[in-house]
Write a protein of this length. Structure first.
Length: 188
């Protein structure tokens, strides 16, 4: 068992309903998407695709320098490199979203980030000099549920009354491969 990543991820799924509106000042505004394949080896399950199908060979356990036991069928993550990617890419994505929509930090009610871990979010807040009151966290309640972490955070904000019609929010996710996405939303 690969103990290096087994405690990092929660388990969850979400479904999001998006409806159309004729009012262009509400709802989804700007989208940004990106991927940088040079990070593929830093966060990957090496076997299981067409290039390296799962086999008895890919299931052979190996012990790495840190004593983690994994097979090529297990998720591998180089935490330092994934952190470095996020700490440089997320601020650029946020800046681009704000520039595209003509927003300043003062005009944005909430910046909702992928709930990777508390340390990463706190470092992003510090690096971007963003008010921590505008960057909600719910890690202790959900853990890192990967792509579901943002919808889970939005649900928590709805439940506790922070997310009301007219709020301007930025949503930014990042992870595997290296990939990232962001959008601006006027909540309705």
């Amino acid at each position: 068992m690969d103990r290096s990543v087994c405690t990092l991820f929660g388990d969850g799924a979400s479904a999001t309903v998006i409806t159309a509106t004729d009012d262009q000042s509400k709802g989804l505004q700007t989208f940004l998407f990106g991927t940088d394949g040079k990070g593929a080896k830093e966060l990957i399950v090496p076997a299981g695709g067409c290039r390296t199908p799962r086999s008895s060979q890919t299931a052979i356990p190996m012990t790495d320098a840190d004593g983690n036991i994994r097979t090529a069928n297990n998720l591998y993550m180089n935490g330092r490199e994934v952190f470095r990617f996020a700490i440089t890419t997320v601020p650029k994505t946020v800046a681009q979203l704000m520039e595209n929509d003509g927003l300043s930090k003062e005009m944005v009610d909430y910046l909702v980030l992928h709930q990777a871990n508390r340390y990463m979010i706190e470092e992003l807040i510090r690096k971007m000099q963003w008010p921590s009151t505008k960057v909600p966290m719910h890690i202790e309640g959900i853990g890192n549920t990967v792509s579901s972490s943002i919808p889970f955070m939005l649900e928590q904000m709805l439940t506790d009354g922070r997310l009301t019609p007219g709020k301007k929010i930025l949503l930014v996710g990042f992870g595997v491969g290296y990939s990232w996405a962001g959008c601006s939303v006027v909540w309705s």
